[in-house]
Design a protein around this ligand. Structure first.
Ligand code: NAD
Length: 309
């Protein structure tokens, strides 16, 4: 795995890309945002951490300008741009038959969508607890630490899984190979499907939301619908464990002070990933004949807010 592309090099793509580049790998950032690409090529990627600000020299390209082939492509666009990105990279032959395509985007159903474009054996899924922020074109804000969990999407063993895991660990990204990545994907997607739309609609931080006496009564029906869907998807999660996971995010010393990313996207005038969270749960519900009225209403409310921006 010599040539690595980070396709979608915003906050998270920038973070993962600089870690891997700093470990000595040949990394190319690929992004649609012209100013960002130009800034990175002219001045490097500026990283601000809790303690220092420094610059990383790294290549950046617009997808149309890519002329190399990659062994590993890490998709970190927003979910709604991911299929366009894969198609654009196929058009310039950057993705070959043996290229591993890994995503650690939030949300659900990426494997199903990607496998309509490339064979499922090329698709790898990861869940990450790393976080990152973007201060402007070419400027990242990187705080805290995180972990990565990955698996080939069809669950099959593959030498490439081991190789990707080794690259991530060499890059100090705290990675492990999962034997059930969908459990972690659904667990994280449930937290995001509950707190992201509620805090966005209510314009509250996570801790402000938690102050309401009946917060648990608000989150439980949303979670119950998700758990019914997960049973059909072969993922074993309980309502109680998911309520506990979400309530663990409430304290100020956990994630309480944060507005979730959906809130940040909406208030920056950008589209949100709601169709890949609650909206995807509604789609699965329809396919399995499971009613999902709470998730459907949250999806509509967020789309209504998107229209106001
Ligand atoms: P991001 O908004 O920082 O970047 C996503 C894409 O949007 C990039 O291609 C970026 O260049 C582009 N973009 C950003 N601002 C832009 C602007 N002003 N003009 C034009 N283009 C712009 O998104 P992200 O936070 O890196 O998220 C990528 C994926 O990773 C998402 O699925 C997200 O849910 C997931 N994720 C993010 C975090 C995090 O902490 N940021 C953590 C885990 C997972």
């Amino acid at each position: 795995m010599n040539k690595i592309a980070i396709a979608g090099a915003g906050a998270m793509g920038g973070r993962i890309g600089t870690h891997i580049a700093n470990a000595g790998y040949d990394v190319t950032l690929i992004d649609y945002w012209e100013d960002h690409v130009q800034q990175i090529n002219n001045n490097g990627l500026e990283i601000q951490t809790e303690t220092e600000t420094y610059t990383v020299d790294i290549k950046a390209k617009h997808p149309e300008d890519v002329s190399e082939q990659f062994d590993l492509v890490i998709i970190l666009t927003k979910a709604m741009e991911s299929e366009r990105m894969i198609n654009d990279l196929l058009n310039v032959d950057a993705i070959q038959d043996d290229t591993a395509i890994l995503t650690m985007m939030n949300g659900l159903g990426h494997d199903e969508r990607f496998s309509k474009i490339v064979p499922m054996k090329q698709v790898f899924l990861a869940v990450t607890m790393w976080t990152a922020g973007l201060r402007g074109p070419g400027q990242l804000l990187l705080e805290g630490t995180g972990t990565i969990e990955l698996q080939r999407a069809d669950g099959h063993a593959d030498d490439r899984t081991e190789k990707i895991n080794n690259i991530f660990n060499y890059a100090q990204l705290n990675s492990k190979i999962s034997d059930n990545v969908f459990h972690s994907i659904w667990s994280k997607a449930t937290l995001n499907s509950v707190l992201n739309p509620l805090c966005t609609i209510l314009d509250k931080t996570i801790n402000e939301f938690a102050q309401y006496t009946n917060a648990r009564k608000m989150i439980t029906p949303i979670i119950e619908e998700i758990v019914e869907v997960t049973k059909q998807k072969g993922v074993s999660l309980s309502v109680d464990e998911l309520v506990e996971k979400i309530e663990n995010a409430y304290p100020i010393e956990a994630q309480g002070l944060h507005y979730p990313s959906m809130h940040q996207d909406l208030y920056k005038g950008r589209l949100t990933e709601v169709d890949y969270l609650n909206g995807q749960i509604v789609e699965y519900g329809k396919a399995f004949d499971i009613p999902t009225p709470n998730n459907e209403m949250l999806t509509h409310l967020v789309h209504q807010l998107e229209m106001k921006k």
